[in-house]
Design a protein. Structure first.
Length: 131
């Protein structure tokens, strides 16, 4: 199965949201089937076949997540990030500011779902399957 070191090596190639689809394809090839990233410290739970699970360390100190979700603001930040205008840490700060608690990625169906503090789906995105 995969290791956190393999995932982190793939993630180091990501400079902005524009690089996300390629990253997804790379970690899918090493056996990741899903992951869940928590905005407050960017630790991520990775899931593989047969119940395999691994967890990354926090990437920074805890961010305060707004209790009020501002979907339009979040979508604007997300588009900027996907266009390569912000780095990962800035995107996480923007998520916290706009009330996004976490996101879940399913590599089998290529979706990324963003959730607010109440566990409500804020946005479901399709991840491009080809680069």
């Amino acid at each position: 199965m995969f290791t956190i070191d393999q995932i982190e090596a793939a993630h180091q190639k990501v400079k902005s949201g524009a690089d996300f689809p390629k990253y997804i394809q790379e970690i899918k090839q090493i056996g990741v089937i899903a992951f869940e990233t928590w905005v407050f410290d960017s630790h991520t739970d990775y899931f593989g076949k047969n119940g395999f699970h691994s967890k990354s360390l926090p990437q920074y100190s805890g961010l305060d997540i707004s209790k009020v979700c501002e979907k339009k603001k979040f979508i604007s930040y997300l588009k900027s990030h996907q266009n390569g205008e912000t780095d990962y840490h800035t995107f996480c700060k923007h998520c916290a500011e706009s009330g996004i608690e976490k996101w879940k990625v399913n590599l089998d169906v290529l979706t990324c779902v963003y959730f607010d503090m109440n566990g409500n789906e804020v946005l479901v995105e399709s991840i491009p399957s080809s680069l």
